[in-house]
Ligand binder design. Structure first.
Ligand SMILES: Nc1ncnc2c1ncn2[C@@H]1O[C@H](COP(=O)(O)OP(=O)(O)OP(=O)(O)O)[C@@H](O)[C@H]1O
Length: 346
């Protein structure tokens, strides 16, 4: 339903979005995931119509909304798209109901229809009892619910979210993820959600576009990013904990521990934390490490050690004794191999 064809964006000659193409079906929940500065907000702003691409086309269904080549851009108000930011941007002098009513007024809907839509949106976000309060009289989490209600009231076909939960505390953030998905499912809209938080992406998305330096590293279902990362960047960015990327050279782990199973190249081997064992004694594929940290996680422990300056994380049971001379035993085969440019080769 949303499709991008070779979309690029430059600011003063610097490309911040570089040749991006993908499409998602109607009703998808697409997450644009990547580190700060990778171009995800710029992508979202181009979808909203707040920025114009310098190259390529954006379509919502059959409707062309922007074409960098010809300079065509459908104005934001005619894209049937709603946008929610990190800052709630509510009108402080209007009540909750007034804020939600505002886009409906702008769209010149009849008063009765407006009243019904406000009630419906407040009901969906569980804020009916706040209708007559002012933004200054409600909490941050409630303000974000009002911002969401205001966005869905006009029933947009496309919902755009720019890190909408990052101002909320951790508990509220988890709760709001669920609320947001409920709203997404109830409206049937196609959503695009920007975040740098991979947990958010993994728990919410139907499709994820992992971005790095303005390009899409991988466009896939969340579980595929974990199971089959297409680059070292993706492997190191997703997962809790992310997989280890251990340098290899000349068929040796860390350039020092020979292993016939390793290819004779310089690059990185992906090794999942749960496949590393703790060892008391030296043996095949064991690496001496200096203990760096031990972190409890869901009844188990993440044990991180450093070997040759490389941090390696293993998962152990909480009851396992940590050897005084800590060693990690690497698995017989790496889960993936990446070349020196980070491209997956096996
Ligand atoms: N209006 C602008 N003029 C010039 N450069 C810009 C403009 N907007 C964004 N940029 C640059 O484009 C790059 C991508 O920015 P963008 O905000 O899209 O990244 P992001 O991935 O959303 O990062 P963050 O998570 O920090 O918001 C950055 O280097 C940024 O400085």
């Amino acid at each position: 339903m949303i499709s991008l064809n070779q979309v690029s964006k430059s600011f003063a000659g610097t490309r911040v979005v570089d040749d991006v193409s993908f499409s998602v079906p109607e009703g998808a929940f697409l997450v644009l995931l990547g580190p700060s500065g990778c171009g995800k907000s710029t992508m979202l702003r181009m979808l909203a119509g707040l920025e114009q691409p310098t190259g390529g086309q954006i379509r919502f269904g059959d409707m062309l909304v922007a074409d960098g080549g010809s300079g065509f851009a459908l104005p934001p108000a005619r894209r049937d798209a709603g946008l929610v930011f990190q800052s709630y941007a509510l009108w402080p002098h209007m009540t909750v109901a007034g804020n939600i009513d505002w886009p409906l007024k702008v769209a010149r809907l009849p008063a009765e229809e407006r009243r019904a839509r406000i009630a419906e949106a407040m009901e969906m976000l569980g804020i009916t009892q706040l209708a007559q309060r002012y933004p200054g009289e409600i909490s941050g989490g409630q303000q974000q619910r009002v911002a969401l209600a205001r966005m869905i009231a006009p029933r947009p076909k496309v919902m755009l979210f720019d890190e909408p939960l990052s101002n909320l505390d951790a508990t509220l953030r988890v709760e709001m993820r669920f609320e947001l998905l409920k709203v997404h499912a109830a409206t049937g809209a196609t959503s695009v959600y920007v975040t740098h938080d991979q947990v958010e992406a993994m728990t919410m998305a139907s499709h994820v576009a992992v971005m790095n330096h303005g390009r899409i590293e991988q466009f896939d279902a969340p579980e595929r990013l974990l199971a089959e990362p297409s680059s070292a960047f993706v492997a190191g960015f997703v997962g809790t904990p992310a997989a280890n990327l251990i340098p290899i050279a000349d068929g040796k782990w860390l350039g020092t521990i020979a292993d016939a199973a390793l290819p004779d190249i310089a690059g990185h081997a992906m090794v999942r934390a749960e496949t590393i064992e703790l060892a008391d004694e030296a043996g095949p594929r064991t690496v001496s490490v200096t203990l760096a940290e031990v972190v409890p996680m869901a009844g188990r422990r993440l044990v991180t050690g450093v070997a040759n300056g490389v941090r390696i994380t293993a998962i152990t049971d909480s009851t396992d004794r940590l050897p005084s001379n800590l060693r990690f035993r690497l698995p017989p085969a790496a889960a993936a191999i990446f070349d020196s440019e980070g491209k997956r080769i096996s």
